[in-house]
Structure formats: C-alpha cells, structure tokens
Design a protein around this ligand. Sequence first.
Ligand code: XMP
Length: 372
Amino acid sequence: MRGIFYARTGDVFARECLRHMWLQNSYPRPLSQTSKLCFGRRKRMDNRNVRPEDMERITTPALAKAFIEDQIAYIKEQVGDKKVLLALSGGVDSSVVAAMLIKAIGDQLVCVHVNHGLLRKGEPEQVIKVFREELGANLIYVDAVDRFLDKLAGVTDPEEKRHIIGSEFIEVFAEEARKLDGIEFLAQGTIWPDILESEAGIKAHHNAGGLPEDLKFELVEPVRILFKDEVRIVGKELGLPDNMVYRQPFPGPGLGVRCPGAITRDRLEAVRESDAILREEFAKNGLEGKVWQYFTVVPDFKSTGVTDGKRTFNWPCIIRAINTTDVMEVTVEHLPAELIDHLVNRITTEVAGINRVLIDYTPKPPATVEYE
Ligand code: XMP
C-alpha cells in the first residue's frame, strides 16, 4: 500500500529526496553495507515501536527465526482472540506481515487483496495460490478491475491518475472492512524507513492507510522495526517464494504509469503481456536479480508496420532496464544483442497491438525511470 499514497509533488527536489529515501531502503543491499547491530532480546524490546539502538542487523536465517518467534508471541499477546484485517497487495512488506500473522493467529487474520487491474501478469493468481491455497489464509479477493479502469477512462494527467488509484483503493478496502464483523485490529507493513522518513518530515506516515473516520482500528505492525533487507530474510524464513520476497521495485500505481496518457484496456494488456515476456526472458538469461529494475512501456501513438504482407498501424513497445543504488542517478543496462533480437521477435509476434520494439537508453538524469 505504501507506494500508492505518496503523490509526486511538483517540487522536483522534494520529489527526488522522497524517492531517494524511499528506495534507498527498499532494495537488498550488499551485506557489507549493513551495520552490525545486536538483535535485542525480548526484555529490551518492550517498546516495540522503536528499533533498539543495539539491535543486530538480521542477516541470517537463525536471527530471522528468533525475530519471528519473538513477534509471534507478542502478536498473540496483543491480539488475543480478536480479528485482524490486512490489505494484502502481494508486495514484500504486506506479504511478510500476512505470513507472520497467519503463523501467529491463523484465521483470526482476514486478508483483503484488491485487484485494481494494474498489477503485473500472474500477480493476483500468485497471491491466491500462496496465501489461500498454500498458507490457508482467510483471504477475500476483490475483483475491482472494472471499477478502477472505468474511473481512469479518459484521464490523461499523471497526477490525477495517481490520485484516482490511491483514493479508489482506500474506498474499496473500506467497503470490504465495513462488511466484516468483529475486526478490532488493522495490520500494516510499516517498516523502519517509513518511520525514519516521517520523523524527518519527508513522508507523512500512512497510519491506518488513510481509512475513513468510522473505521478505527488498533494497529498491528510486526515488521515495523525492520529494514527492507531484513524483511526479505524474515519472509524467506517464513517460507515465502523468492519471487515474492526478492521482487524488483514496482510502483504503487502499477502498470498505470507504464501506459502513459489515458489508460485503455487493450494498451494496458499490451503493457502487461510485454512485461511478462521481458521478465521471463530476464529470468532465463540470468538477468533477474542482477538488473535493478526492468519493464516495458506502451506509449499512446501508432506507427505503420507490415505483417504477412498486410499493412498494420500499431503501438511501439519500449524496453527500459536500469541500474542504480539510490534512484537519484540511474544508468542503463546494455542488453546482449541476441537477447534484444529475441525480445523484438517475441514481443512483436506474441503481443497484440505491437508492431515495433524500441529500447530506452537514457540515463537519469535527464530522464526519470518511469514515464509518468
Ligand atoms: P522515477 O520515475 O521518479 O522513479 O525516476 C524512481 C523509482 O521510484 C519508483 N516510482 C514509484 N513508486 N509510487 C511508487 O511506489 C510511485 O508513484 C512511483 N513513481 C516512481 C520507480 O518505479 C522507480 O523505481
């Protein structure tokens, strides 16, 4: 949920700082960059809202296991026999929180997964498979695709698109919450950088996810004192799959920012399908986990092409693959020529509406990573 609620501000510096802070802590860093702190034992973690200064960085399965055991005991104490609600996006933080709570309180946890239609191919299915089928979660799946896409129809302004996605999400989640009886707690995937950023005045902390006044819940935040790299290790220890725990960054407004201008269902589908091909080929060619972020964009213009001797008038698909440490400055990954040829072939033959593939070789600055 986190990403959705920060809007891009008009002030470029503020925007960059915000993004910098957000992403600096949101991607696995080499262990050499992590500080060695001592993991605080129970008695030292009485104030659970604050990371103990001497807490050891969680870098091993054993440390993750100790943290999980400690948190589970605390969650049981905090929640008792009451019910907890969680917006489960399938992102790293909410997935780890869900897995932890399922272990602690089983079906007292109610997860709500909202499919807003801007997720990547296979994501909603994976959430259902992992959480409902494998972990036995009490999961409510909300198909809100039409609702979001209808609201977004014809909207070209990037900020307005972001706003619609964020506010509609809260609306859908609140509606689901009101249907449920006996919920007293709201679980959130707040992590320690969120707290540091809100203390530094960089980002307003989205406590209670901006829910309306009539929905008042006590918060359960089991990964609140962890950095992102620690959340991933804890997630792995909880048995979550690697492609959920080590995901590349994905913006809150999802594929919506990769379908520039007014989103149409056919162009969105072309983004989703080409992104799936790119991810599949990166995984096959050992680039997954090596390249920082990679995706496709389908802009809103058409050009002439030819297929089977017939004239076509279709969109181009842009490939973007970048590396960075802080997202303030970004370099471009130069892909092997054979892979480019293969991608061009697959995307133009398999994705409806695409007759041309372009590669974006622009660093940041002058370009940003996303197109909107
Ligand atoms: P830009 O495009 O500003 O992106 O160079 C830098 C990084 O931030 C991600 N990004 C977002 N993440 N909500 C998010 O949660 C957003 O609105 C958003 N916009 C950009 C982008 O994917 C990249 O990793």
